[in-house]
Design a protein around this ligand. Structure first.
Ligand SMILES: Cc1cc2nc3c(=O)[nH]c(=O)nc-3n(C[C@H](O)[C@H](O)[C@H](O)COP(=O)(O)OP(=O)(O)OC[C@H]3O[C@@H](n4cnc5c(N)ncnc54)[C@H](O)[C@@H]3O)c2cc1C
Length: 536
C-alpha cells in the first residue's frame, strides 16, 4: 500500500487528466493538501504522446489540436509558459481538392480573404463582414464565458441584449450552424471548409450541426485570431508541465488507484474507498473529473441520490461517434498536389481530406448514424512535424488521420483486426489521391488506434465519446451538468461541466474558483466572471 494513501488530505481529486491537473495545481497553490488519483499508471488522460511506430517518432494518440491554450487564464496564472511551449501556426485550416485547387484559412484576414476570393468574391465579402463581428464576439463574449461559471439564461440574455454584438451573438445561438453556412456562402468548397471548421475537431459533430448552439460555437467558424495550437514536443508535454506545477505546489499524485466508492458520511463526501478496502479521507472536499455515470452510478450509487438527479443522469447524452485513428511515420512530409495552386496548404495545421462536397460529408453522417463505416473515406489530418520538427527524428515526419466511426461498426463478417487493417489501407489510398507521396516506401511505420483502444484505456470516454458528454443545447451553458452536486462536499470538475470536453482546462479552472471559495481557501488568482465581462 502506497504511503500516499495512508494520510488524510484537505481534498481528493479523481482523474489525472488535464482537468484534474489544472484543478489540483490551483488548489495546491492555495495551500490545500491535495491528493490526485488516477486509475492508470500514466497521467494526462487525453494528453498522450507515444513512440507508437518507430523510435523517435512521437504520435499524439489522443488530443492534438489545442484551442487557444497559451491565452487561457490558467496557462497564465500557473505560469505554464515557463514549462510548456505552444506553437501557433500561421495557417490553420487547409482543404485540398481533387481538381488541384486548395482553400487555406490563416490568421491573417486579408490573406485568407484573398484565398476565399479565388473561389468566390461574394463569399470573401461575406466572410469579411462576418469576421469583423466574430472577432469582437469571440474576444468579448465567447472566451470570457468559456472560462466563467455560466450565468442563468435570463440574466445572460438580458446582459447580452445590451450591446449590438451581444444581440448578434444571441441571434446566432438560435440558428443551426448548417443553415448559417448554407445561407451565407455560395461556393461548395467554401461551405465545406466552414463546416469542417465549425464541427470543432474536424469530425462530423452531429450535435453541433443539428441543433441550436447556446454556447455560440457557430461564431468560431468566422474568427481567425484565436485558433488551434500545437503543444511542442507532443501533447503530453502539457500534462508534464501541469504535473510539475502540481507537485512543486506540494500536491501528491497516486497512480493505479482502483476506487470502489466515494465515501459519504453524514450526507457529506468525505473520501474514497479503494477496491482493496482502504479508506482515504478528505477533510474538505472530493472532486471527480470522471464521466457522470462512473461518478454517480458506480462510485456513489443511485440509492444515495435524489430521484430528480437520477433522472438527470438518465437523460444525460453522449456523442454517438468515436474516432478511428491512423498514425504514420514518414520519411518525407506529405506533399499535396494542390500545393501548385496554394503552397501554404502543405503547412496548414488541420487538413480536411476526402470530402469534396457537402453531400459527401452528409453521407458520413448517415453511415455513422446507421452504425456503418463511412463509404466515402474522409478525415482530418495535419503536417505536425512540419510545424514542430521536434516530434520526429531530424528530417523525418509524422502525420495522423482521424476518421469518424461508430464504436462498433458493422464488420460485415470480418474480424475487428482485419477491419482495422483494411480501413487503414483505404485511408492511405485516399490520402495519396491528395498527397501522392503518402504511399509506398515513404511510409516508414503505421499505428492504428481506434475507439475500442482508447475506451479500454480511458474508461471515462464511454461509448467512444471523446468529450464525455454531447454538446447539445440541453447540456451546455446554463444547462450544463454543474460543478456542485446534491452531495455536499462533492464536486464535478471534468468534461460534463461547462465548457465541456476537449482540451480547454475550463472546467478544472472554473471549479477551482468555486471549491476555493466554498472551503475558504486562499484565492491567489482572480477567477474570470461572466457577469463582470458581459456587464463591461
Ligand atoms: C482520439 C482522440 C482525439 C482527440 N482530439 C482532441 C483534440 O485534437 N483537441 C481537443 O481539444 N480534444 C481532443 N480530444 C478530447 C480530449 O482528449 C478530451 O476531451 C480531454 O482529454 C478531456 O479531459 P479530462 O481531463 O476531462 O478527461 P481525461 O483526459 O479523459 O482524463 C480523465 C482521467 O481520469 C482517469 N480515470 C478514468 N476513470 C477513472 C477511475 N474510475 N478512477 C480513477 N481515475 C479514472 C483516466 O485514466 C484519465 O487519466 C481527443 C480525444 C481522443 C480520444
Amino acid at each position: 500500500m502506497s504511503a500516499a494513501l495512508e494520510k488524510t488530505y484537505d481534498g481528493i481529486i479523481i482523474g489525472a487528466g488535464h482537468h484534474g491537473l489544472v484543478l489540483g495545481s490551483y488548489l495546491a497553490k492555495s495551500g490545500l493538501d491535495i491528493l490526485l488519483v488516477d486509475r492508470r499508471l500514466k497521467y494526462g488522460g487525453g494528453l498522450c504522446t507515444e513512440e507508437a511506430t518507430l523510435p523517435g517518432f512521437y504520435h499524439n494518440l489522443h488530443s492534438i489540436n489545442h484551442f487557444h491554450i497559451s491565452e487561457t487564464p490558467w496557462f497564465h496564472d500557473l505560469r505554464l509558459g515557463e514549462r510548456v511551449d505552444y506553437i501557433t501556426p500561421r495557417y490553420e485550416f487547409g482543404q485540398p481538392h481533387l481538381d488541384g485547387t486548395a482553400l487555406v484559412f490563416g490568421r491573417d484576414l486579408e490573406e485568407t480573404l484573398a484565398n476565399v476570393a479565388r473561389f468566390s468574391k461574394k463569399d470573401a465579402q461575406t466572410f469579411r463582414e462576418w469576421n469583423a463581428k466574430a472577432e469582437e464576439i469571440t474576444r468579448d463574449i465567447f472566451l470570457p464565458e468559456r472560462f466563467s461559471e455560466p450565468l442563468p439564461r435570463e440574466e445572460r440574455e438580458k446582459l447580452l441584449s445590451r450591446t449590438q454584438a451581444g444581440r448578434d451573438f444571441l441571434e446566432m445561438t438560435l440558428r443551426q450552424p448548417l443553415d448559417v453556412v448554407q445561407e451565407l456562402f455560395e461556393n461548395e468548397h467554401v461551405k465545406l471548409l466552414f463546416l469542417f471548421k465549425v464541427s470543432l475537431f474536424g469530425t462530423w459533430l452531429v450535435d453541433t450541426m443539428s441543433k441550436t448552439s447556446p454556447m455560440g460555437s457557430v461564431i468560431r467558424a468566422f474568427d481567425l485570431q484565436s485558433g488551434y495550437q500545437l503543444c511542442k514536443g507532443g501533447s503530453f508535454n502539457l500534462a508534464r508541465g501541469l504535473m510539475e506545477t502540481f507537485i512543486a505546489a506540494g500536491g501528491r499524485f497516486q497512480p493505479q488507484v482502483a476506487i470502489d466508492k466515494i465515501m459519504i458520511e453524514g450526507g457529506k463526501a468525505t473520501g474514497i474507498v479503494t477496491a482493496e478496502g482502504k479508506t482515504v479521507r478528505a477533510r474538505k472536499f472530493v472532486a471527480s473529473t470522471l464521466d457522470v455515470h462512473q461518478t454517480f452510478e458506480n462510485l456513489i450509487g443511485r440509492s444515495q441520490l435524489p430521484k430528480a438527479f437520477c433522472e438527470k443522469l438518465d437523460n444525460f447524452k453522449y456523442t454517438s461517434w468515436s474516432l478511428f485513428g491512423l498514425h504514420l511515420a514518414l520519411d518525407e512530409a506529405p506533399h499535396m498536389s494542390a500545393a501548385s495552386f496554394d503552397p501554404n496548404v502543405n503547412r496548414a495545421m488541420k487538413w480536411s481530406l476526402g470530402a469534396e462536397t457537402m453531400e459527401d460529408l452528409f453521407s458520413a453522417f448517415a453511415d455513422v448514424n446507421a452504425g456503418r463505416a463511412p463509404k466515402i473515406v474522409q478525415f482530418g489530418s495535419g503536417p505536425l512535424t512540419v510545424l514542430d520538427p521536434s516530434q520526429a527524428p531530424p528530417g523525418k515526419h509524422t502525420t495522423y488521420c482521424w476518421h469518424v466511426m461508430p464504436l462498433n461498426p458493422d464488420l460485415e463478417g470480418k474480424s475487428y483486426e482485419d477491419f482495422k487493417e483494411e480501413f487503414a489501407e483505404k485511408i492511405i489510398e485516399t490520402f495519396a489521391r491528395y498527397a501522392p507521396n503518402v504511399s509506398g516506401k515513404n511510409i516508414l511505420g503505421k499505428h492504428v488506434y481506434t475507439g475500442r483502444e482508447y475506451v479500454a484505456e480511458l474508461v471515462n470516454m464511454r461509448g467512444g465519446d471523446i468529450f464525455m458528454g454531447a454538446f447539445n443545447a440541453e447540456q451546455v451553458m446554463y444547462n450544463h451538468f454543474g460543478y456542485r452536486t446534491p452531495v455536499p462536499g462533492l464536486y464535478m470538475a471534468g468534461s460534463a461541466a461547462h465548457p465541456g470536453g476537449a482540451i480547454s482546462g475550463g472546467s478544472g479552472y472554473i471549479s477551482a474558483g468555486i471549491i476555493a471559495q466554498d472551503v475558504g481557501a486562499k484565492l491567489w488568482w482572480k477567477p474570470w466572471n461572466a457577469r463582470e465581462a458581459l456587464s463591461a
